[in-house]
Design a protein around this ligand. Structure first.
Ligand code: AMP
Ligand code: GLY
Length: 421
């Protein structure tokens, strides 16, 4: 079967590599893919939010299955459009993608169904939000309702920063219409855990847990980024925590979405914080995480295509989803200056033996050579029996990869190692 994967980053590269292992998969197209993905799939010049373009391409190329990976096409209804055109898809429809598309929706869902999360208030009037802030405890967390390229969450230490955030989001509309409403929520503390789960609306199967490193600099300092590295599994996600999450978060969320007439089929991402009061939901995403996918899928031993098809057909309960008992690490090599300002166009050199362990996030082909084309450039990974070996393996590979202006954190996995001690 010929299939297509929508998206252009390291996550999509990891998904494509995993799908390519399936005996049922013939040709893989990436829409639009990138210069690195081009080694593993046929890249097609259709943007990830060009829904008409993807439907046309699927119809003219006899696509038997589509995987919609990024949040924006899912929230815009790409799965609805493809399915309506007769193309079976992995990914939630527009109604279900709302769990990520609107923070107001997801907070109200958790409140209505008793799913543990930070206490919150919703505002659509900036004056009311500002008045509320005068007596709100600090620090506080301010979240734009809609999608904001991962930048819509502001942790305000002081009342002044909080006022500033409300003005930027609601009055100056730095995130556009995504800031028409906001959530102001309680600041929680505790280690964070990412859990991606396959769900078909009847069964929920969590994948191996992982830990993201969102800050740009070592020691979790600097600006928030799309993620500078990941390890799996996450040592804070013990068996006891996993049981609690299944009972109080995963199953209740699946059931809540069903009760709302928004059955979720796809990969549901639970961003969790393990507080002194138990695990709580920090955020839901309606898709695979990036760069979580780059450590989770290399540990998947079962056939990803078979699982994705079972999710769509709601037969996940009969499907084998087995992970290796090993560990994985992904170190993001970025362009110096990311996430603010950085130069692009530098040639990338990756030794052949390492190529299969590198997922390209921001690479383009120029005169047949891979060059940097984004902030996050490469996800360099390793799997091993222990976390320490996986971390050492990933960094050893990083040492052998070169491009000008490369920048990466030196401490990916350190917190996980400390926790495991
Ligand atoms: P998000 O963009 O939703 O992934 O949020 C970015 C980061 O903000 C999360 O990974 C957390 O570290 C932090 N965060 C979000 N909500 C809270 C909260 N209620 N309390 C503390 N930290 C939070
Ligand atoms: N790594 C966090 C995300 O994919 O949103």
């Amino acid at each position: 079967m010929d299939i297509m994967v929508i998206g252009a980053g390291g996550r999509e590269h990891a998904i494509i590599r995993a799908l390519a292992k399936s005996p049922e998969v013939d040709r893989i197209y990436a829409l639009p893919g990138n210069g690195g993905i081009a080694a593993d799939a046929e890249c097609v010049n259709v943007g990830a939010t060009d829904i008409d373009g993807m439907v046309d391409f699927a119809k003219t190329h006899g696509i038997g299955f589509a995987v919609v990976a990024p949040d924006d096409p899912l929230v815009l209804g790409a799965v609805d459009a493809l399915e309506a055109a007769g193309v079976p898809c992995f990914g939630p429809d527009k109604k279900a993608a709302m769990i990520e598309g609107s923070k107001v929706f997801s907070k109200n869902l958790m409140h209505k169904y008793g799913i543990p999360t930070a206490a919150y208030e919703v505002f659509s009037d900036p004056e009311e939000a500002l008045a509320y802030l005068e007596s709100a405890p600090m620090p506080t967390v301010i979240k734009a309702d809609g999608l904001a390229l991962g930048k819509g969450v502001i942790i305000a230490e002081t009342r002044e920063q909080a006022r500033e955030a409300v003005k930027n989001i609601m009055q100056d509309k730095v995130f556009g219409a995504s800031g028409n409403s906001i959530v102001i929520e309680q600041f929680l503390t505790g280690p964070e855990v990412s859990v991606l789960a396959f769900t078909d609306g009847k069964t929920v199967v969590p994948m191996v847990s992982s830990m993201d490193h969102k800050r740009a600099l070592d020691g979790d300092r600097g600006l928030n980024t799309g993620g500078m590295g990941t390890v799996a599994p996450n040592p804070y996600y013990t068996e006891a925590v996993a049981r609690t999450c299944m009972e109080t978060i995963f199953l209740p969320t699946m059931n809540a979405m069903n009760a709302e007439g928004r059955t979720f089929k796809g990969c549901l991402y639970f961003g969790l914080m393990i507080t002194s009061d138990g695990p709580k939901v920090i955020e839901y995403n309606c898709r695979f995480g990036d760069p979580e996918t780059q450590v989770v899928l290399p540990l998947l031993e079962s056939d990803l295509f078979t699982i994705m098809r079972a999710v769509r057909e709601q037969t996940l309960a009969q499907c084998e989803v087995r992970f290796s008992t090993g560990c994985a690490c992904c170190v993001i090599m970025a362009s110096d200056g990311y996430p603010v300002k950085y130069e692009k166009g530098y040639p990338i050199t990756i030794p052949d033996g390492i190529v299969p362990h590198v997922y390209v996030a921001g690479g383009a082909l120029k005169d047949g050579r891979l060059v940097t084309s984004g902030g996050r450039v490469l996800g360099v990974t390793a799997t091993a029996p222990t976390l320490q070996e996986a971390i050492e393996g990933a960094y050893a590979r990083v040492q052998n990869i070169h491009f000008d202006n490369a920048f990466y954190r030196r401490d990916i996995g350190k917190r996980a190692m400390d926790a495991a001690k």
